[in-house]
Design a protein around this ligand. Structure first.
Ligand SMILES: C[S@@+](CC[C@H](N)C(=O)[O-])C[C@H]1O[C@@H](n2cnc3c(N)ncnc32)[C@H](O)[C@@H]1O
Length: 346
């Protein structure tokens, strides 16, 4: 079972630490993804560390020196008990041998000096751990991520479960708007039958590239199509035919951005965070557009900044767009926060 530590975009305000949520090093996973995705989609510098070839080596003593240096740097700076665990994961991902003999060389996926540099960035620049190793655990997936692409959050995982509860979802055409790393599109795509499809859009070319890489790694190119463009723009050909729309759009109010913890505010893309003056700009656009993009009976699930935002959105959809939508509900996330607004198109 994965170790889950609470971290949501909205709880990133006022500096709680950015916790990775995993119990195993990536290199120990033996799941079904393609271990050799098309190298044209990703240069070695953006390939997740655990997928890189073992091109380097270092004496055990040098790796031990790195660990001791990195531990002392961690203990002397940021007050975060998870850092030492991250350090172990970094070393696990970077090296092939768990328990090398004392006299041996340890095969490495990165040069030792790169590990020093990465750790310095983690501590001194508060670069998120997930960008250091180039991936994040999300549901039972290991998704590639890099700067320019939002690190998928645990609370968003629930959207896949909400889709799984929709009658006949397996055969429908779905849209994931603002797909980022492709997390939701891949999570949904894996549950679909042959005729089911996911169309995933994002404005960011970094996100589109990384999402395509992840889709290919999970062998879902026939099911999940990544399209670049703004929200519904790239979906004109499927307008009115969608069985469902999911989205975790940018929803942080602009004035809250300076208060984000450094890992988020300094390193994650503003395009993925900034929801406008009150955080609702994109959500309102998505609700309005869904009325014509969904087919009759189509389902939607939108993630919000929580509580008051969900209530506002659900009330507005009932009052202003009630002639288009029905069965509008607020769904709690695992922390008990009113996180999602769901419903159906009339
Ligand atoms: C909060 S992130 C969510 C990413 C991903 N769905 C997830 O849950 O991890 C929002 C995403 O919306 C994308 N985005 C922002 N503005 C957009 C627009 N106008 N059209 C399409 N995507 C947009 C961002 O690039 C980002 O990938």
């Amino acid at each position: 079972m994965l170790l889950r530590l609470p971290f949501t975009l909205s709880s990133a305000l006022l500096s709680p630490p950015l916790h990775p949520h995993r119990s195993k090093p990536f290199s120990s996973l033996s799941s079904s993804p393609n271990p050799n995705p098309n190298p044209n989609h990703s240069s070695n510098t953006t390939l997740p560390l655990f997928l890189r070839p073992l091109s380097y080596s270092a004496p055990v003593s040098s790796l031990l020196s790195f660990r001791l240096w990195a531990e002392s740097l961690a203990l002397s700076s940021v007050d975060d008990p998870h850092l030492l665990r991250e350090l172990s994961w970094l070393i696990d991902d970077a090296s092939a041998h768990k328990h090398p003999r004392n006299d041996s060389l340890v095969p490495l996926r990165a040069e030792l000096h790169e590990l020093y540099e990465l750790w310095r960035e983690r501590i001194e620049k508060r670069r998120p751990f997930q960008y250091l190793v180039g991936c994040e655990h999300w549901r039972d997936l290991v998704l590639g991520v890099r700067e320019g692409v939002l690190i998928p959050r645990p609370e968003t995982e629930m959207v896949v479960d909400l889709v799984g509860e929709v009658e006949g979802f397996e055969r429908g055409w779905w849209a994931d708007l603002g797909t980022g790393s492709g997390a939701l599109a891949i999570g949904i795509g894996r549950m679909l039958r042959e005729d089911g499809r996911v169309f995933a859009t994002d404005l960011s070319s970094d996100a589109v590239e990384v999402a395509r890489f992840n889709v290919e790694r999970y062998g879902l190119k026939d099911k999940v199509e990544i399209r670049q463009g703004s929200w519904f723009e790239p979906l004109q050909d499927v307008k009115g035919k969608l069985a469902g729309i999911v989205s975790n759009p940018p929803y942080i109010p602009t004035s809250h951005l300076p208060g984000l913890q450094p890992e988020v505010g300094l390193h994650e893309p503003r395009l993925a965070l900034d929801g406008g003056e009150n955080g609702m700009d994109h959500l309102l656009h998505l609700c309005e557009g869904s009325a014509s993009a969904l087919k009759s009976g189509g389902f939607f699930a939108f993630e919000t900044n929580g509580d008051a935002h969900s209530e506002f959105l659900a009330d507005l959809m009932t009052a202003k767009w009630g002639k288009f939508f029905h069965n509008i509900k607020i769904v709690l996330d695992f922390a008990g926060i009113k996180r999602f607004v769901t419903g159906y198109c009339r």
